[in-house]
Design a protein around this ligand. Structure first.
Ligand code: HEC
Ligand code: HEC
Length: 349
């Protein structure tokens, strides 16, 4: 799509040979489509198998083995809306592959009316459906989408290999632009220092400022392109969470706990997997007594980056901001239910 748009732009500029470029671009796209289309059945079945494996680990407790209602052990423990029936072809076929991808890979939104985030019409914002954007690679999420398609008798048609190629091409382009910008800067700098030597004055930094700025911009673009390629093929990695400072005045702490309580259910849907009292899911342990059992510093570090402590945990990294994590930890600190008479049964996992 993008290539077409660029090619047409070129044509519109009316440069000679632009028509030939347009035809060439179309030919390249044609070849890519042919290769992608042939994108052999073997690749597709491998992708679906990989997706199945991931689905069983990250989705099945809520959506069920076959994607059906009340099939997953967490399904009827959850607040409304219940996890969607992924086996329902008449409904699921109305979603494009990209839409399913975006549901599984998105940023969580505060759904509190009035004070929450502005939510656009087409944005999926159900807090109790977690995001996996910060847990899995894009390639893994596409594999999951491919598997989800089979649950309602369809096939993924999105060209995943094409997307990968697009990203690696972008990286190559960004690398070239950076190398060029660096050469230009080096040349400008040499010229400035030659002139300084001739005139016996100090090197004029202002003379190379523009080239330096351009090099800085190209370096940023290169960094972004590298991250995009890395996140496509590998799970996202983050710096270790620094030890948060949890000291605050009692009234501030109380306010924070209130905010945290709101975010807990309206933004991050922690209640989808954790029970407090009689309410909430059973994928993770009950948090009624979190105030006794867990310390705030540890909670912040765990919820911000569970995979750094337990790489294969079913609890996803929800992309929680620092202030949100702190507020939620303050809320958990207030959960001090008395010891249960009978130990609560651990859910099967
Ligand atoms: C904690 C429970 C839970 C987990 C885990 C979970 N989901 Fe969901 N899912 C939900 C809920 C709740 C909804 C919202 C249903 C609704 O809005 O009707 C939902 C909705 C969806 C939808 C429909 C989106 C739409 O636009 O209506 C898809 C597709 C989906 N989930 C896929 C997945 C996949 C794939 C995974 C695993 C990577 C997953 N879910 C993990 C609870 C869960
Ligand atoms: C998709 C389900 C899921 C969601 C959503 C989820 N968790 Fe968890 N959580 C788990 C699981 C599973 C564990 C157990 C960790 C393990 O051993 O892998 C866990 C563990 C924890 C623990 C450690 C509990 C203990 O007793 O050791 C805390 C605290 C916690 N989660 C808080 C949260 C908070 C706060 C949120 C929302 C920001 C949240 N979780 C969202 C599944 C989830």
């Amino acid at each position: 799509m993008k290539a077409v748009a660029q090619a047409t732009d070129g044509a519109r500029m009316g440069t000679t040979g632009s028509r030939r470029r347009l035809v060439l671009a179309a030919a390249v796209i044609g070849i890519a489509a042919a290769v992608g289309g042939a994108g052999c059945a073997l690749f597709q079945s491998e992708q679906v198998a990989k997706g199945k494996h991931l689905y069983e680990h990250y989705c099945m407790h809520c959506h069920g083995e076959h994607g059906q209602q009340n099939e997953g052990y967490n399904w009827n423990q959850m607040p409304d809306p219940k996890p969607k029936d992924l086996s329902n072809k008449s409904e699921m076929s109305t979603f494009k592959d990209e839409e399913i991808f975006n549901t599984v890979s998105r940023d969580m939104k505060d759904t509190t009316p009035e004070i929450g985030d502005k939510i656009g019409d087409d944005d999926f914002a159900v807090p109790t459906m977690p995001t996996f954007k910060y847990t899995l690679s894009e390639e893994e999420i596409w594999a999951i989408v491919a598997y989800v398609r089979t649950l309602h008798g369809m096939q993924l048609t999105y060209n995943v290999e094409g997307r990968k190629k697009e990203l690696t091409d972008q990286l190559q382009g960004a690398q070239q632009r950076f190398d060029q910008a660096k050469q230009t800067f080096d040349a400008a700098e040499k010229k400035a220092s030659d002139e300084a030597e001739k005139s016996g004055k100090d090197v004029d930094d202002a003379a190379t400022a523009k080239e330096q700025e351009a090099m800085g911009a190209a370096a940023k673009e290169l960094e972004a392109a590298k991250t995009a390629v890395a996140n496509f093929t590998a799970r996202p990695k983050f710096a270790a969470v620094p030890r948060p400072d949890m000291t605050m005045a009692a009234d501030v702490a109380a306010k924070q706990a209130e905010v945290g309580k709101r975010l807990y259910s309206n933004k991050y849907g922690c209640n989808a997997c954790h029970r407090v009292g009689e309410e909430g899911g059973v994928v993770g342990p009950a948090l009624d007594r979190a105030g006794f059992r867990l310390n705030g510093t540890w909670v912040v570090r765990w919820i911000k980056y569970p995979q750094s402590m337990k790489p294969e945990t079913r609890m996803p990294n929800l992309g929680i901001s620092d202030p949100d994590a702190k507020a939620i930890a303050m809320y958990l600190g207030t959960l001090q239910a008395p010891k249960p008479e009978k130990p609560i049964e651990k859910p099967a996992s």
